[in-house]
Design a protein. Sequence first.
Length: 354
Amino acid sequence: MNNAIKGILPTLFVAGAVAALGKVFIWGESVTNYGAYTPWGLWVGLYILLVGTAAGSAWTGLYAAYKNGGVPNRLTTLSFIVAGVSLAFGMAFIGTDLGKPMKGFLIIISPSFSSKLTWSTWLYGAFFACLAGFFYTKMKQVFMILIGIVSIGFLIAEGLFFSDMVARPMWNTWLTPISFLTSAVAAGSSMLCVLGLLTAKDVIAEEGIELKKIVTYSIIAHVAVEAVHLMSGISGGSEKAITIQAMWSSVPFWSFVIVGVGLPLLMLLRTTDRMNVIPYVLAFIGLASYKYSFIRYGFVVEPMSGLSQAFQHARLALSYHPSTVEWLVAIGFLAGMVWVSNIAIQKLLVSKQA
């Protein structure tokens, strides 16, 4: 990673962190474009993206260890660093979105295990504990297996949380948890390639032989699942058809199709170069657009027909576009994720190898 990028990333991160703190402790929801009908937006989309990125990166590391005879190698270590930082910044996004993140500790102090979000939260904590065990104890193989089990658990819990929402017809399908799994592999392996090629290129060159195939096949698998999801929705109930038609006509969805699927696959399938970072960056950006679309257009149908016409107010509109503060926090936190990952990789992988 060159010095210019190293200088820009912390600057963007600080700007995003200041905006996030301002939103949480000073301005509140007044600086977001959320409303009564669209209570979630860009930050929740990036939260579920990074949760999936953490799981997918961890699974890629497990696969690397499997190919190495069950012993974790440098690619495994790199993947677990990416997984931990991704999940940490995913939690930062949801904490900022909640508005009063300190109250989030109530889910630890007084949990309700009938809630899938409780299970997710506790599994996040277990994931970080297992990562600490992997990096700071000699029981690496034991904690490596536990990391895989826990990451499957929290991603399934997230997928089931959305799929059980009867009031949101686009999410309320058994295909939602499957799409979470396929997008997780695509996002995790893509981000692993991006950060590996930026900060530890030798690891990708020596041990990342299968990464290009993993990214390619996972994108194709995710597109297949989403195609079934969307086509089955069009032939379903009217509300679900409305949400899917709205998604199909949106810029973020076509950004996913063109930027996140078409261009990366074209580049990955037409070249043998494994060290080109561009297709992996495009794939991750496209998946971010997909997750944003998934959240945004899940709220496109009003809770009761005619309600948006009966009451007129900016916060009672079905339209939603992220505010300047939302974009500033999003860009800042993603820049921070790359910056912190670089520091962690240098400390936990490069310096130890040296």
